[in-house]
Design a protein around this ligand. Structure first.
Ligand code: PLP
Length: 359
């Protein structure tokens, strides 16, 4: 964040910014909010307004996922088995929701999807397939999914939380009906997300009250976080190529350094992945132990799909991809950020090798 933006952010934090108020603070808040919306729209390749898209601010991507699913309570939801739990758990509340399998390399089973689409053709259907997975970084090819959605008149939602900012992703070109994003995954403040929706689709709110967000999500918007969200979105739009290249170079170097070990296994190594993500197994070594050792060395990695601090569940993603415990109990996830350097990678490799050598 530039110094100028940081100063603005600090200033906004101590200003009463309620975008629904009509006084001058309220009008300033409205302006900040709408500027952020514009910047986010631009970074996703969409325009705001009729015949295009709208952006509904939420508290998180979790809320965005829940919101879209709740709009299909009277319909059918078909979701991939590797979705984020905020999508899966919301979908499971719907009596008519079905998980679509994935292959060992994370590709959606299109035959199974088409079978379900045929079976429920009479109903209102939502297909939900994430653009890139948060544990493996594997990128899903949405083109055939979109084709099927259009063939059967279904709506298409994609959780693009992980893809946003890591790879070029254009919501309009992918013709998505809905997409979920959040600020903290692109380096902005936590506490804000958004559901992107085709403008002609009326969203039934789950939160009601003051009628904010055009009556589609009530609750005072988190204007300071929206400012930060918009700011980071604009940065992404300007720097995506150089950031991506930098991340991929580091990630590839890291993987090359540990690949010579018989104990290493990199999930999805040969398929299209996000440039910053690496899910690495050290076979025979529990991931908890690895985590402790990395933590001692002040390297922050995670294991499993950590939902909240200290709570690590067995990975439903690896299970869906058919991995046995040998791999799933020994994986750690490395997510690189734009501020990481080659020195960080040397340090990581050193610690990884020292853990391995002590077995
Ligand atoms: N979807 C994906 C793919 C994620 O990785 C995450 C968070 O890690 C979420 C949704 C939930 O986002 P939030 O933390 O904004 O609720």
């Amino acid at each position: 964040m530039s110094e100028d933006s940081a100063l603005k952010l600090l200033n906004y934090m101590t200003t009463p910014l309620n975008s629904s108020s009509v006084h001058f603070y309220g009008r300033a808040a409205r302006q900040i909010l709408e500027d952020a919306r514009e910047k986010i729209a631009e970074s996703l390749g969409i325009k705001l307004g009729r015949e295009q898209y709208k952006i509904i601010f939420t508290s998180s991507a979790t809320e965005a996922n829940n919101l879209v699913i709740s709009n299909f309570a009277d319909g059918v939801v078909l979701y991939s088995a590797v979705e984020h739990l905020s999508l899966i758990e919301a979908a499971k509340r719907n009596l008519n929701s079905y998980e679509i399998k994935v292959s060992e390399t994370g590709e959606l089973d299109l035959e199974m999807l088409e079978d379900k689409l045929q079976k429920y053709n009479e109903k209102k259907i939502l297909i939900s397939v994430m653009a890139a997975n948060n544990e493996t970084g594997i990128i899903q090819n949405l083109e055939p999914v979109l084709e099927l959605a259009r063939k059967y008149g279904a709506f298409l939602h994609s959780d693009i939380v992980q893809a946003f900012g890591k790879i070029k992703f254009n919501v309009r070109e992918n013709d998505l009906d809905f997409a979920s994003i959040c600020s903290h995954k692109i380096g902005g403040l936590s506490g804000i997300g958004a559901l992107i929706v085709k403008d002609n689709i009326q969203v039934f709110p789950t939160l009601v009250g003051g009628g904010q967000e055009r009556g589609e999500r009530a609750g005072t918007e988190f204007v300071v976080a929206a400012f930060s969200f918009g700011n980071e979105a604009a940065n992404i739009a300007n720097n995506i190529d150089s950031n991506s290249n930098h991340l991929q170079e580091l990630r590839d170097f890291l993987e090359a350094e540990i690949s010579s070990s018989d104990r290493s296994y990199i999930v999805g190594k040969d398929v299209k992945r996000l440039p910053n993500t690496s899910l690495i197994a050290m076979k025979g070594v529990d991931s908890d132990l690895q985590l402790i050792k990395f933590d001692e060395a002040k390297i922050a990695v995670s294991n499993g799909s950590a939902c909240s601090s200290g709570k690590v569940k067995k990975s439903h993603v690896l299970e869906a991809m058919g991995f046995n415990e040998d791999i799933s109990k020994s994986v750690i996830r490395v997510s690189l950020g734009k501020n990481n350097t080659k020195e960080d990678i040397y340090k990581f490799v050193e610690v990884w090798k020292s853990i391995e050598s002590k077995i």
